[in-house]
Design a protein around this ligand. Structure first.
Ligand code: NAP
Ligand code: GDD
Length: 330
């Protein structure tokens, strides 16, 4: 019998790549989706086979919400998954300053609600908890690893620190199999349009096609350790194939500034980014994370995982996809 996986956040960037990976591995995949006024299945539509009017019996969606514990209990008792990938969150750092209470509700408290529902139902799935490098706050002398301390610099990061520690606590208190991934930034053509890499590839593609003159960004000096989402969901899966739960940093180990990324992307189009990119204070955050760089030695050794995609290749993949996307819209 095939294994059953439940994904929260299935409509998001990582959810879409994880569905693809798990379906390839012959899982029966269940996803939790929120009710929204516009249909937001764009990233996962192709796995639903909606066009053929034949529902994919291996990929099933359930309405629920992380702030609604009743819905979580209902879905969990119906599906009884072997593995849970908990990716659902209000994941935008900048926006978390605008909606801090909701961010904590969904990202922090939502994780507790999910764990409590699992515990009360006495089911024993392996659980992946989507932790973030934002929890560290800033990069110091050494690359950040599983032993580095947290200093959250946003309501989002503070909520993720709560989710991380409540997962550790449930693992220790109730012997639950919960692994925290501490993932550094990962991007793709499916990245939300208001995260900086996608904003840059989309903006550059529009400028290239003559549809826009300028691209307005915030802090160009911030540095991030950017990888490819497709590589990173493999690490999530590997964490749940281990005998014991643990925490793992997933990163490339190389960091670049937002300015560097602009240079790469516009360079691919033979354009000089300086002529098009403007930095505006309105996109600066009240507290910024200036620089992040991760050390994923533990994951490389114990999971046999490593990133496969360079930043330049990632930029190429995203840019190509955005040029095609805009041409189709036109
Ligand atoms: P994303 O694209 O923003 O997707 C977030 C997902 O969470 C969406 O499916 C969203 O549903 C869902 N969601 C939000 N609030 C919810 C709620 N109240 N109830 C149920 N679902 C809810 O994020 P991502 O980039 O795929 O990231 C996946 C996870 O990894 C997140 O937890 C994120 O914080 C974490 N993470 C991401 C990165 C990264 O660089 N991408 C790095 C470290 C950690 P809708 O589609 O309905 O909005
Ligand atoms: N979004 C955005 N928009 N960021 C900008 C802009 C802009 O116009 N201009 C500069 N930046 C800077 C931000 O200030 C930040 O320093 C950096 O670009 C990256 O911003 P995001 O792409 O929004 O990502 P993030 O690092 O804040 O958060 C992402 O990665 C985390 C992992 O470290 C999200 O995916 C989080 O959910 C994830 O946990």
């Amino acid at each position: 019998m095939s294994k059953k996986a439940l994904i929260t956040g299935v409509t998001g960037q990582d959810g879409s790549y994880l569905v693809e990976l798990l379906l390839k591995k012959k899982y029966e995949v269940h996803g939790l989706v929120r009710r929204t006024s516009t249909f937001n299945r764009g990233r996962i539509e192709k796995f639903l086979n909606l066009k053929n009017d034949k529902q994919n019996k291996k990929f099933i969606l359930h309405y629920g919400d992380l702030v609604d514990s009743g819905s979580l209990t209902k879905i969990l008792s119906k599906v009884k998954p072997n593995e849970i990938y908990h990716l659902g969150a209000q994941s935008h750092v900048g926006t978390s300053f605008e909606i801090p209470e909701y961010t904590l509700e969904a990202t922090g408290y939502g994780t507790l609600k999910l764990l409590e529902a699992i515990r009360n139902l006495k089911i024993y799935p392996k659980i992946y908890q989507a932790g973030s490098s934002e929890m560290y706050g800033n990069f110091s002398a050494n690359k950040l690893n599983e032993n580095s301390s947290f200093h959250p610099r946003s309501p989002y990061a503070a909520a993720k620190v709560y989710a991380h520690w409540i997962a550790v606590n449930y693992r220790e208190a109730y012997n639950m199999f919960i692994s925290n991934g501490i993932l550094f930034n990962h991007e793709s053509p499916n990245r939300g349009e208001n995260f900086v890499t996608r904003k840059i590839t989309l903006g550059a593609a529009m400028i290239y096609l003559g549809l826009r003159k300028k691209l307005v960004l915030g802090n160009l000096e911030a540095k991030r350790d950017w990888g490819y989402a497709k590589d990173y969901v493999e690490a999530m899966w590997l964490m749940l194939q281990q005998k014991k739960p643990d925490d793992f940093v997933i990163s490339t180990g190389k960091s670049h500034s937002v300015r560097d990324f602009c240079k790469i992307v516009f360079g691919l189009l033979n354009l000089d980014y300086k002529k098009f990119v403007i930095s505006d204070k309105k996109y600066f955050r009240p507290t910024e994370v200036d620089s992040l760089e991760g050390d994923s030695a533990k994951a490389r050794k114990l999971l046999g995982w490593q990133p496969k995609t360079s930043l330049k290749s990632l930029a190429k993949i995203m840019l190509k996809s955005d040029i095609e996307y805009i041409k189709k819209l036109k």
